[in-house]
Write a protein of this length. Sequence first.
Length: 194
Amino acid sequence: MSHYFTNDNVKSNIKKIDAVLKGKRYSFFTDIGVFSKSGIDFGTRLLLENINNIQGKVLDVGCGYGVIGIFVRDNFDCFVDMIDINQRAIELSKKNIKLNSLEKIKVFFSDEYKNVTERYDYIITNPPIRAGKNIVYKILISAKEYLKDEGKLFFVIKKEQGAKSVIKDLNDIYIMSIISKKSGFYIISEQKKQ
Ligand SMILES: C[S@@+](CC[C@H](N)C(=O)[O-])C[C@H]1O[C@@H](n2cnc3c(N)ncnc32)[C@H](O)[C@@H]1O
């Protein structure tokens, strides 16, 4: 069975969706085989509605068709890198950057952080829960290696997907704040402990 994060030979049917994020209209090409292809995920939307004062260098981990990176680049004075393990998602993100007329965004293939060579002011992710707890923990815990000293990790997680244990388990390495809670989704900010 194929998942939204694999690259096997899934048929293609590219569609364009429109979305309003924080009062502004965006368009995105989506396709079979990528996460939340019919519309922006509720958790992603809640995450974007609750992040502020972003500047510097941002990494969008598991970018899918590019919603987080594109929104952040469009709304804040920053450079954005986006990574995903799904080649189709990467190609869609590239198309969507052009579609939304944005610059200063780079998209590249990476399994977790394997191809990431820089350090960032912010790492932002709606992590791939369906890839399993191991991968999610690796993405969230290893983020500290790719954050600058004052850097912050922002992510969304649902209560029933283990939000409470993730919060507890990350406590040793980050200073955590819950910045929003809605319909069972938690938006969490983690600052590196010095
Ligand atoms: C929940 S989706 C979020 C997509 C997009 N950021 C959004 O909010 O709509 C998680 C993404 O992580 C990607 N992913 C899964 N495993 C990964 C891995 N090992 N390394 C990098 N990305 C991965 C998936 O392909 C998917 O696009």
